[in-house]
Design a binder for this molecule. Structure first.
Ligand code: ZN
Length: 321
């Protein structure tokens, strides 16, 4: 599918991957389209080398200052792992969540609040939050740009090219209120649907920085330089059709650099852009057996990252969340 073959220019500070640079093209794909996507395009996004995510807006001087400051994970931890699941898919509740809970690992679930499971399985999402998982914001309607190649699945009323940034921001803030009604929390993070950054041609993500602890907005690789990571431009890896060993290798890559790996999964043992239940279980087992990797909700990881960045000198942003 064109959507999956489409590549974008590498972001500054992010090495291009030889195994694809897919955007999380996801819900709400109709099933036949999902199947076609799986059959045609399930080349997986894995990045083979550590990379740094740099703040494109920071001056060279401040970046240099921060890169020399020490960064420390909490005692006993050598690297961080964010397990995240986009689109509120049934297989996440049925397969991924029980595996995580059995292992005692905490993750982040990014919910498009109009997704069917929000009404059909609200109690399950509430239970996930009560168990310590983050319910992240993934917008109300998962709007993406319909004009991009392979985006015919985007319905006209959910076309990001026709929605103003101010209207989208209003919706996403309403999403935070909706999520607070479910979990009682006021701090959370955001993942941009399709990693699209423009609403009706206007950058909308900067308008939301005060509303979130951090944002996942790019496809990329393992983050190796934590002091230079922009909390509002965090890259994610979106694996599908990969083995547990390949996932574990990415964790070890983060461990080698003392950085973090941000997994954004979709289906687990079902649904679209999926990995197998076995591969997921392998990763979960590995993380449970290796507590030197700090596996925690993204909101918790990024609060620590921002504290460390602030302690090192110039904070990466002016916001206090
Ligand atoms: Zn999504």
């Amino acid at each position: 599918m064109a959507a999956h073959k489409r590549s974008k220019p590498p972001q500054p500070g992010l090495l291009p991957t030889s195994r694809a640079n897919h955007r999380p093209v996801c819900w709400p794909l109709p099933l036949p389209v999902r199947s076609a996507l799986a059959a045609l395009t399930c080349v997986i996004l894995i990045i083979s080398q550590p990379v740094s995510a740099t703040n494109q807006h920071r001056t060279p001087a401040s970046a240099a200052d921060k890169s020399t400051a020490p960064f420390q994970w909490p005692a006993g931890k050598t690297a961080a792992v964010s397990l995240a699941y986009d689109d509120a898919l049934p297989s996440q509740l049925d397969i991924a969540l029980p595996q995580l809970n059995k292992a005692g690992l905490k993750a982040s679930f990014y919910l498009p609040l109009a997704a069917p499971t929000l009404s059909s399985r609200l109690a399950d999402w509430r239970a996930a939050a009560a168990a310590g998982h983050e319910l992240g914001n993934h917008s109300l309607f998962h709007q993406c740009s319909r004009a991009k190649p392979g985006r015919s699945w985007v319905s006209p009323q959910r076309d990001l090219d026709t929605i103003s940034a101010s209207k989208l921001v209003d919706e996403i803030r309403l999403g935070n209120a909706f999520l607070q009604a479910i979990d009682g929390k006021t701090l959370r993070t955001y993942t941009a649907p399709c990693t699209d950054q423009l609403a009706q041609g206007e950058p909308y993500l900067p308008l939301l920085q005060q509303d979130f602890v951090a944002m996942k907005t790019l496809t990329g690789g393992v983050v190796s330089n934590m002091q230079q990571l922009d909390p509002y431009q965090v890259p994610v890896i979106t694996p599908h059709d990969v083995s547990g060993a390949e996932l574990i290798a990415l964790v070890q890559q983060a461990g080698a650099s003392g950085g973090m790996v941000n997994f954004t999964f979709h289906g687990v043992g079902g649904d679209h852009l999926s990995i197998s239940a076995q591969a997921h279980q392998q990763l979960v087992d590995y993380l449970a057996a290796n507590p030197q990797y700090w596996t925690a909700p993204f909101v918790e990881l990024m609060q620590h990252v921002k504290q460390q960045q602030a302690a090192a000198g110039q904070p990466a942003n002016k916001h206090t969340r």
